[in-house]
Ligand binder design. Structure first.
Ligand code: FAD
Length: 509
């Protein structure tokens, strides 16, 4: 059993199938150095995975065989194991992730075929391998998510005829700071706790307590960390299956003894929608893996390609743009590994519109910072927030407006940009506008204590809008957008196609 992004023993079909084969089961996790060297991988991800592996190892020990950890390429690991054991079959989930993992899995398929190992791959919940029929996708997902969950295997289930493979070395678990996984992002950077116990704790506290304010706090950078579900990295690494999360929420909603408030029902429904978006976005990458590298709409592909500005990128990546909410968000993300959706979208919108940076070169930076980096969601969202899909409304986030709306009293900004702590509420969101005498009285000097805005807000938004809409005037823009919709577009409103001209919409947020 090859564990990849399914670090659990509950609701794990490949594990069930491996056990059902009647052979002794070797539960294997491979630390693949090539993966950890990718420009989207970071030590933060390893810290989360490591917590999860430690618990998985313990859980598997109860089944008769602790987790076996090996370091190297999966093919080499199979080769070495094959020198001692006859490998009858390899069981794993299908993985929908970046091109590296597709290529790796292709290689494993070839290897298995050559060495007469049957390779059994099971779909992961709501995502179907190269499904290519968006009209039928939602029904497929609903069916999958409603299927009964698979129980935890019985104690000793991994042993053949009651015998564990006693001569099998279980392998060393590298430390959190092992050099393979690179340096910390910043001193003292934190990572959300991994492992199934933490996942179960989050699910429970969300249902009984935290989730009540989910919808109202969703966009608040200071309140959302507490009120959101926070299961995203757990879903990425599979300490819990998305089916389990979805069914648990539905069951709670339908069976809880005390009647739920309207607000709570709204919150639970909102989370259920997002769990479905998760699969929807991952299915896009599954159906069109090129979106990791190419803009969905080809007329946008070269839009920003030749205008890279390293100084702008560095200011954005280090939280030094002169826009307090942008800088606070980037620094919070670097330290904690998480931001709510709106703040993520705003960071990308600022990089892509205000700074006119190519999404392909900004996406890896945030991938390394997000504990929950999930290629399918990440690249789809990056493209949406950069306006290059051709099928979504163009959304440009005004960082000053967002700042007034979502951090009115500056709690979040002051926490992550302490150099602004002494600036009064009146000027906190636009410190460069503070009259010099007032700045002097507050002991603050723009340009010395905090940068001037890297670009002028209104002018940058206007220019970006004009450049995006100039592309949309091209005669082949519409027909190409219709093809993209057919292949990847959401069928949320069944039967409805986007209204004529919908591709020309703009929202300034
Ligand atoms: C530019 C950008 C990049 C993003 N990259 C990632 C990523 O790499 N990995 C990732 O998991 N999410 C990503 N998201 C989506 C979203 O911001 C996070 O899923 C969410 O903030 C995670 O926190 P949570 O678990 O508390 O989610 P909640 O808001 O409580 O939602 C519950 C679950 O639904 C899913 N979900 C929520 N929002 C979305 C969404 N918009 N699209 C798809 N699925 C969603 C997640 O699995 C999440 O755990 C990205 C959003 C943007 C704008």
């Amino acid at each position: 059993m090859w564990f990849k992004r399914d670090l659990r023993i509950y609701d794990n079909r490949p594990l069930q199938q491996a056990i059902a084969s009647g052979h002794a089961v070797i539960p294997l996790f491979v630390i693949e150095p090539d993966f950890w060297q990718l420009k989207t991988s970071a030590r933060r991800h390893w810290v989360f995975v490591r917590d999860s592996l430690i618990e998985l190892r313990e859980a598997l020990a109860h089944l008769g065989q602790p987790l076996i950890i090996r370091n190297g390429s999966i093919k080499d690991v199979l080769k070495i194991l094959g020198q001692t054991y006859h490998i009858a079959g390899l069981y794993a989930h299908e993985e929908t992730s970046h091109s590296w993992s597709y290529a790796r899995d292709e290689g494993v398929r070839d290897y298995c075929a050559k060495h007469l190992i049957a390779f059994y791959e099971t779909p992961a919940n709501g995502i179907a391998r190269r499904f290519h029929n968006r009209d039928k996708w939602a029904a497929m997902r609903r069916k999958r998510m409603a299927e009964p969950r698979i129980s935890v295997p019985k104690a000793g289930a991994l042993m053949a005829s009651g015998q564990a493979l006693s001569d099998l070395d279980s392998g060393v678990m590298p430390g959190r700071g092992d050099a393979l996984f690179g340096p910390p992002l910043v001193d003292g950077d934190a990572t959300q706790k991994g492992g199934r116990r933490a996942a179960m704790g989050l699910l429970k506290s969300f249902l009984t307590d935290r989730g009540a304010s989910y919808v109202t706090h969703l966009a608040s950078p200071s309140k959302a960390p507490q009120s959101c579900l926070r299961l995203s990295p757990h879903l990425v690494w599979g300490t819990v299956s998305s089916r389990e999360v979805e069914q648990t929420i539905r069951n709670y909603k339908n069976t809880v003894a005390t009647p739920l408030s309207r607000g709570k029902i709204r919150s639970l429904n909102a989370v259920l929608s997002r769990l479905s978006w998760r699969c929807h976005f991952m299915q896009k990458l599954e159906d069109q893996p090129e979106i990791e590298f190419e803009s969905m709409h080809q007329l946008y592909d070269d839009l920003r390609a030749n205008e890279w500005d390293e100084a702008r990128f560095t200011a954005w990546a280090t939280g030094q743009t002169g826009y307090p909410l942008i800088d606070a968000c980037m620094r919070a993300l670097t330290q904690t590994g998480w931001l709510p959706f709106r703040m993520r979208a705003m960071l990308v919108s600022f990089a892509s519109y205000h700074l006119w940076l190519d999404w392909r070169r900004t996406a890896p930076h945030l991938a390394r910072l997000f504990t929950d980096f999930e290629a399918g969601i990440h690249y789809s969202q990056f493209q949406m927030q950069s306006g290059v899909t051709g099928i979504n409304t163009i959304r440009i986030y005004n960082p000053v407006k967002q700042s007034y709306e979502h951090d009115k009293n500056g709690v979040f900004i002051r926490h992550y940009c302490p150099e602004l702590a002494k600036v009064s509420d009146q000027w906190l969101h636009e410190p460069h506008l503070m009259p010099p005498l007032q700045a002097l009285a507050q002991g603050f000097e723009i340009g010395r204590d905090y940068p001037l805005p890297i670009v002028e807000n209104e002018a940058a938004m206007r220019l970006a809008k004009d450049r995006i809409f100039a592309v949309r005037k091209h005669p082949s823009f519409g027909p190409l957008a219709a093809q993209i919709y057919q292949k990847l577009g959401s069928r949320k409103k069944v039967g409805k196609r986007p209204k004529a001209g919908a591709d020309k919409q703009l929202k300034l947020l």
